[in-house]
Design a binder for this molecule. Sequence first.
Ligand code: SF4
Ligand code: SF4
Length: 346
Amino acid sequence: MSNEIRIISREDLPKWLDQMLGTFTVVAPTRQDDYTNFGVITSGNQADFDAVNTRMSPKQIFFPKTERLFGFATDRQQVKLDDTPQQITPQVLFGVRPCDARSIAMLDKVFDTDVYRDQQYVSRRKATTIVSLACKQLAPSCFCTRLGSNPADMAGSDLLIIELPEDRFAIGTLTPKGADLLTAADLPAQATAQDAQAFDKAVRIAQDTTVKPIDSDKLAAKLARIFDSAFWDRWHDRCLGCGTCTYLCPTCHCFDIADEAKNNTGQRVRNWDSCMFDLFTLHASGHNPRPSQRQHLRQRVMHKFSYTVDRYGQAFCVGCGRCVNRCPVNIDIREILDELEDYQGG
Ligand code: SF4
Ligand code: SF4
């Protein structure tokens, strides 16, 4: 539970963002035609506080779609590297929904471990304070509760904002980084005991769900058991292999590395990749260990609900619903989960 709680009115939220802009780059949901996406704002009024979910997830803020790792130049004698680290400035990621904040905590388990520490990712994470906004309504495609989460989940956030009645918001401090941001803010009021109770009550209401979460250990074990079963025979039938589901997913993190060179100079870049693409596992020999869409789709489900449970102790799906909303042929991960739970075949 949070240590300190402050209150802010809806009217003052943009002003608070304006204060931050003096010190930080601020990234927030902004309206673009009929959808919202995260973008750098130059005024607090540009932020959309009511968007249920952005089209793209915030993962690209830490793990960009394409990124230069280093430059190189060659001559006959040697290769010269230019691996000057990129300038990373302090930033605030504002208005993240709790499912997305939780996904960032999951990505930390991949990119920031004792065995592998991705310097660019870690530098961005260190420089970023995450301010989440609890959901007051769920979109029809949301299913965070099934993944053991809730609309006021605190995982991954430094501050959590919960809307209270009468256009007021309670800001709860979750980490020292969040406390620093709040201390620096010129906010009008300390919360009263009544406000603090309202914050705690809102969190309890969000946590009090009647949805039975999936048992991820049991599901992971079942998936391992049915790897070669007929369960996988039909889901892929209409899959186009477009990769939309993985690109929009906040937890998918596969990438490819390529050298782009002209004459004697070039750069090594890292680009998002997708297990749903034909080329993903194609070997230089021409052999492809996962040659069909059946295997691609199975890999996506196995990775999210079996391999990550074995490796990181949790399923790598936060129930954001992006893949449900945007799959061009309406393949719905929730239906796959339903059938998986009922599936009795071996
Ligand atoms: S698998 Fe779908 S619902 Fe789950 S986190 Fe990824 S995009 Fe969201
Ligand atoms: S978005 Fe749908 S069609 Fe595209 S790769 Fe994913 S499951 Fe297949």
